[in-house]
Design a protein. Sequence first.
Length: 157
Amino acid sequence: MENLKSWAVCVVVSSAVAAVIELLAPEGGGEKPVKFITSVFVLFAFVSPFADFEPLPFEYTQGVEDFVEANELQEQIESQAKDSLEAQIKSMLSAYIESIGAVCESVEADVVINSDKDIYLDSITVFISDGDEEAKRKITDYSRENFGIVPEIKVRE
């Protein structure tokens, strides 16, 4: 009877941890792997008695530790998503600037993740060393069409 109680607690805790992790998972490309991993985690909790696994002892502190670990994982995922998006924007914009004949010194993109876990592009700053008004207009049009934002363009001489 004690083993059955222990298994039931393990299943409930596993389901709760999985639900919290899925709620914290970012929408988009990272959502499916997180759901898959949490599903496998809960599946193992269900089949553990049939695989001759010893149920894990349940401690209240372990649930808290799991929650803290899930928050840390969420922060890592958000940071990686932010860095990846910024790098992709910089790469695309730099390549476009070079393709129109201007010399791109650097591109700075500021991606923000707000408290609702929405990711958006806050600003773009482009530094070019030579560029006439036509190049600036093309860069502005390209950024508006592809990123939905008008960049700040600075010419360095």
